[in-house]
Design a protein around this ligand. Structure first.
Ligand SMILES: C[S@@+](CC[C@H](N)C(=O)[O-])C[C@H]1O[C@@H](n2cnc3c(N)ncnc32)[C@H](O)[C@@H]1O
Length: 207
């Protein structure tokens, strides 16, 4: 069953010209919870090879703008309203670089970023949570008030803490597992709607 599903989305992506089967996950999530709308300025964290960015460009249209970020230099998306930053989202200069490209705060930050996996579930979970935490810190620096957030996390006991942290920053937080996700995968997507503003994020907030 898992393999049939994989074949289905893999073939579909090939046929429809998407750079990854992950493109369908974003499409489905955005249909369930409106994260990105036409005309938006969006940051796609962990964008390579570029499936999500392709879908994002279609959603935002001619009046929108997408910045893709990845530590790998292999993003294959091109376009007038697309810019690629070959960078680590944890780099302290990343928010400033993005804001200079978008000329102001952005409407949404979406992240399909994933750490290198070890196959040891609790290790991969902990690394993934740390990465989402870093993406959230980045998002708090670049989002406009009312903006939206989406991030993939390898699910486990610490996901709850992450959701609690998000609840302090967004009006509504949800967890979604798209149909295009492989059955054996333990990834889930966390959505945050309606950023309430930066305030004093970070130090001391974990307690
Ligand atoms: C599953 S892939 C993303 C696939 C993409 N959404 C698509 O549809 O083509 C995860 C990506 O996250 C990137 N990544 C992992 N850690 C990162 C970090 N700290 N900063 C930026 N990108 C990162 C990886 O290099 C990898 O390309």
């Amino acid at each position: 069953m898992g393999y049939r599903r994989k074949d289905h989305y893999y073939r579909k992506a090939k046929e429809e010209g998407y750079l990854s089967r992950a493109a369908y996950k974003f499409r489905e999530i955005n249909q369930k919870v409106r994260i990105v709308s036409p005309g938006d300025r969006v940051v796609d964290v962990g964008c390579a090879p570029g499936g999500w960015s392709q879908v994002l460009l279609k959603v935002v249209g001619r009046n929108g703008f997408v910045v893709g970020i990845d530590i790998l230099p292999v993003c294959r998306v091109r376009g007038e309203n697309f810019a690629f930053l070959h960078m680590d989202v944890e780099d302290p200069e990343c928010p400033e670089k993005v804001l200079s490209l978008t000329r102001g705060p952005v409407d949404a930050v979406v992240s399909d970023a994933a750490p290198n996996t070890t196959g040891v579930k609790h290790v991969d979970h902990a690394r993934s949570v740390a990465l989402v935490d870093a993406v959230l810190t980045f998002a708090i620096r670049v989002l406009r008030e009312g903006g939206n957030f989406l991030a993939k996390v390898f699910d486990g006991p610490e996901t709850k803490e992450l959701e609690e942290k998000m609840r302090k920053k967004f009006r509504k937080v949800r967890r979604i597992r798209p149909g295009a996700t492989r059955k054996e995968s333990f990834e889930v997507y966390l959505t945050g709607i309606g950023f309430v503003g930066g305030g004093s994020e970070g130090e001391g907030e974990r307690d």
